[in-house]
Structure formats: structure tokens, C-alpha cells
Design a protein around this ligand. Structure first.
Ligand SMILES: Nc1ncnc2c1ncn2[C@@H]1O[C@H](COP(=O)(O)OP(=O)(O)OP(=O)(O)O)[C@@H](O)[C@H]1O
Ligand SMILES: [Mg+2]
Length: 267
């Protein structure tokens, strides 16, 4: 089976993920943010990324310093082309930086071998993209199970976990649907729980609600907060959605490959 690289990124942590409470729509907006527990999860120093285009070297990330603590929810905003997606790709080890360091729980991941990097990514990082990247020929359930199967989790366990996650996001009746038979919002929910399948330490989301209507976007946003609250998942979310960004406890604003502002809504 030809598994796209993006799919190989969602990871598993080995522990069973049990979701036994249904989503309560009425309580969603009141879910408080769980403050970060203080441990540094990711530390980025002097991160630079340039792309060779023809004979020109194009600097895209021009020196990023960023510290993210476990449990934090951070939005990344900025105009088109400032390097937000590039930053996410490099943080998620989908792409290597040109220079600088990225430490994950104190370990410089830019120095890992390709095999170790794949393993690291598979277990620690979950990705959610604007265009979900679900595999069209597989059902919703199979798509969610896929990261676990790639990490050789027994399929009965992977199935149980994937079912719990899909039920949790209201898709119990859609498990055997292929992506083409799901609505956009349903596809995004599948993509979100696929990213959570391995219970990663860090979820990197790039415009996760970019192509959804307002109400469906809000529901997706609630799921981010809900999963952060329950599992302490650290979330870094690139978004043009002002409502989501304003709700995130920390906002990072990028301009021209650098961080212009990093703080809470209040400062
Ligand atoms: N593989 C590549 N080769 C050459 N240039 C690239 C490559 N990837 C990105 N770039 C350039 O890097 C710049 C930043 O791109 P990036 O996708 O990170 O922007 P962005 O902030 O995510 O924008 P948007 O909000 O439109 O998604 C762009 O000018 C883009 O053309
Ligand atoms: Mg982008």
C-alpha cells in the first residue's frame, strides 16, 4: 500500500486512549483552557529555512526563537507567504531547517537519523491540514486506524481506539463511509481524530478550518480545546480565523519569516 508521507506523520504513544464521555455541545463553549504544566516541550532557536528556487536561495524563515510548553495552545497568524506553513513543516520534521535548532523535550531533533526521525514523528506529532489529506479509497475508520497500523499496533486495538475517537466526534454512523461520501466538516473531524490516534504530544494544525463554514469551524475549534483539556495535548494552530486566534491563550504573529509578536490577547 502506498501511504502518503503526510499520513505517516500521525503518531501513537502506546497507551490506550479511552473516550467514554460523549461530546456535550451545550458545554463546549465553556470549556476552560488548561494551563501549560510548565515543562518545555519544544524549544526553537535561531531557526532559518531557505528554499533554492532555480539559482536563487529564497529565505523564508529568517531566525525564529520560540518556546512551547506542554499543554499550551498557540495560534500562529500572519499574512499569506510569511512562512507559517513552512514553520509548521519544519517543526513537524517534514522538512529540515537550513540552520538553527529544534529541541523536543531537550533533544535536538534536527540531528536525528531519518529512521529515528520517522519514529519520532510517528509517535509524537499529529498533523491536521486544511485539506485533510484523507485517503479516498479507505473508509473513515480505516483512515483513522492507519497511523496506528503503520506503527504496528494490533489491528483490533487500533480499531477499538479509532472507533472511540470517531464516536467521540459524532461520527459513529459514518465509520464505513469513504471521504468522498462525507461532508467537509466530517472529513475534517476524521482528520483531527486521525492526528490524535497516537495520542501525540504535539498537534500541528495548518488552517484546519480554512474551508469550513462558521458553525462547523466553531465545532472543530471546540474539539481542539476539548482534546487539549482532557489529554493535555499541546496545540500549535496556524489560522486566519480571527475568532479562533482570539480564543487561543497565546498568539504568535509572524511577519516576513520572523516572529513579530508573541503573547496573550491582553498584551
Ligand atoms: N518548497 C518551496 N520552494 C520554494 N519556495 C517555497 C517552498 N515552500 C514555500 N516557499 C515559499 O515560502 C514562502 C512562505 O510560504 P508558506 O507556505 O510558509 O507561507 P504561509 O505563511 O503559510 O502562507 P499562507 O497563509 O498563504 O498559507 C512563500 O513565498 C513560498 O513561495
Ligand atoms: Mg500556509
Amino acid at each position: 500500500m502506498n501511504v502518503p508521507k503526510l499520513l505517516r506523520c500521525s503518531g501513537i504513544a502506546g497507551k490506550s486512549l479511552i473516550f467514554d464521555e460523549p461530546l456535550e455541545a451545550a458545554s463546549r463553549w465553556s470549556i476552560p483552557y488548561v494551563p501549560a504544566n510548565g515543562d518545555i516541550l519544544v524549544e526553537v532557536r535561531e531557526l532559518k529555512k531557505s528554499f533554492l528556487h532555480g539559482s536563487n536561495l529564497i529565505p523564508v524563515l529568517r531566525g525564529i526563537d520560540l518556546t512551547i510548553r506542554s499543554g499550551e495552545m498557540v495560534s500562529v497568524v500572519g499574512s499569506s507567504g510569511v512562512g507559517k506553513s513552512t514553520l509548521l513543516h519544519v517543526l513537524g520534521t517534514l522538512d529540515l531547517p537550513t540552520s538553527g535548532t529544534i529541541s523536543f523535550r531537550g533533544q535536538d531533533i534536527t540531528r536525528l537519523s531519518p529512521a529515528r526521525l520517522d519514529e519520532f514523528r510517528g509517535h509524537q506529532i499529529g498533523f491536521v491540514f486544511q485539506f485533510h489529506h484523507l485517503l479516498p479509497e479507505f473508509t473513515a475508520l480505516e483512515n483513522v486506524m492507519m497511523p496506528a497500523l503503520i506503527q504496528r499496533m494490533p489491528s483490533s486495538k487500533a480499531r477499538r481506539r479509532a472507533q472511540e475517537l470517531l464516536e467521540r466526534v459524532g461520527l459513529a454512523e459514518r465509520m464505513t463511509h469513504r471521504p468522498g461520501k462525507l461532508s467537509g466538516g466530517e472529513q475534517q473531524r476524521v482528520a483531527l481524530v486521525r492526528a490524535l490516534m497516537m495520542r501525540p504530544s504535539l498537534v500541528l494544525a495548518d488552517e484546519p478550518t480554512g474551508n469550513l463554514d462558521t458553525r462547523t469551524s466553531q465545532e472543530m475549534h471546540e474539539l481542539f480545546f476539548e482534546f487539549n483539556r482532557e489529554f493535555g495535548t499541546t496545540m500549535l494552530v496556524v489560522t486566519h480565523n480571527k475568532e479562533l486566534s482570539a480564543r487561543m491563550p497565546r498568539q504568535v504573529t509572524m511577519i516576513d519569516g520572523r516572529i513579530q509578536h508573541d503573547g496573550t490577547a491582553a498584551n
